[in-house]
Ligand binder design. Structure first.
Ligand SMILES: *Cc1c(COP(=O)(O)O)cnc(C)c1O
Ligand code: SF4
Length: 335
């Protein structure tokens, strides 16, 4: 075997190895980040029903020794998660009411969302699905048949969104099979993939995945989830450029998070850097009020000020839509 071939084969499995090697112990992360856990004032918590998990790729972008790092804040469990002010609930955006078949959410006209898996490469502390009952309400192999029949019977469904969890933690072979069965439904024209992978495990965007997406007849859109300009590094850029070269549109949605990206400066930098990497803005979400996330909330008046400031600073095509998801509304509502 040539050395080049051997290298290619080891690269082929490297994302799965990296995923298995993610930090799942806070002590290990603190050691890696050169933080003394005893001197950490944030009340980080080891006992938490929503587990701690972060990939090495993402941890590598956190500044060493800085407990206030905006990337660290996104993944560090704190005791603030146990404070539960009124209005912060387990089912904040009406996902449960939208379940049409196990793992298929139908909220909006013309498109359905598949909860393909409950797993992610990192666990984001502000996640709106952190309390979602994945067991029994994700697609799995058993739910596929019912979901596909649901789509088949409704010719108005033009788009299928793969979500989760993170759909790109699924293996290439499961994704290939899922996409093949979706493309077999004639009235489906578009496939959308909602994923945090380019920021947290860029090696996952491998050539095999690109081949699978490219060969599908469906028009494919990848919606990334990047919240802070420092998440955009060369690894992310290479992953995104593979998608772009395969004629896949890449959009970004982010969540407005207190202490992470709630300033005009940081948001403009995020939007400009994303655009420089070929990523167009899509949504800027107001925090969904999931139990355990209240400490990330930004006041709505301040969000309006941020939107107005960005409008003053940036060309129109760099402005994301500032939206809030309200259970029962027919679309994500502009603020
Ligand atoms: C957000 C969401 C969508 C997608 O909405 P768009 O406005 O098309 O981005 C679709 N289905 C569900 C259940 C959603 O939560
Ligand atoms: S990657 Fe997405 S689904 Fe997974 S924890 Fe983060 S926000 Fe939630």
């Amino acid at each position: 075997m040539t050395q080049a071939l051997r290298r290619m084969q080891s690269l082929a499995s490297s994302w799965q190895e990296e995923l298995a090697d993610a930090f799942q112990s806070l002590d290990q992360l603190f050691e890696y980040l050169e933080l003394d856990s005893r001197s950490v004032p944030s009340g980080h918590s080891r006992r938490n029903p929503f587990p701690f998990k972060v990939t090495r790729s993402f941890a590598a972008k956190i500044e060493k020794g800085n407990i206030d790092d905006p990337l660290l804040k996104q993944i560090l469990p704190t005791t603030a998660e146990f404070e539960n002010p009124a209005g912060f609930v387990d089912n904040p955006v009406g996902d449960l009411e939208a379940i049409a078949t196990p793992g298929l959410l139908h909220k909006y006209r013309g498109r359905v969302l598949l909860v393909t898996t409950g797993a992610c490469a990192v666990n984001c502390r502000y996640c709106f699905r952190r309390n979602y009952p994945y067991s029994g309400n994700q697609l799995g192999s058993s739910g596929r048949g019912a979901a596909l029949r649901y789509i088949e019977r409704r010719p108005e469904i033009r788009e299928v969104i793969l979500s989760g969890g993170d759909p790109l933690v699924l293996s290439n072979s499961s994704l290939e099979e899922l996409i093949r069965t979706i493309s077999a439904i004639d009235h489906v024209a578009r496939l959308r993939i909602h994923t945090r992978i380019p920021s947290v495990l860029p090696s996952r965007i491998d050539r095999e995945l690109i081949r699978i997406l490219k060969k599908s007849r469906l028009k494919t859109v990848v919606v990334t989830h990047i919240n802070h300009p420092r998440e955009i590094d060369d690894h992310l850029k290479s992953a995104v450029s593979l998608l772009l070269r395969a004629q896949i549109r890449v959009l970004n949605q982010c969540v407005l998070l207190r202490g992470v990206n709630d300033s005009p400066q940081i948001l403009s930098e995020l939007l400009e850097r994303a655009f420089d990497s070929g990523i167009h803005p899509y949504y800027l979400h107001m925090l969904d009020r999931a139990a355990g996330t209240a400490h990330f909330e930004v006041a709505e008046d301040y969000s309006r000020y941020l939107e107005e400031t960005l409008r003053n600073r940036l060309p129109g095509y760099l402005l994301p839509r500032f939206v809030r998801e309200i259970a029962g509304e027919p679309y994500k509502v502009p603020i």
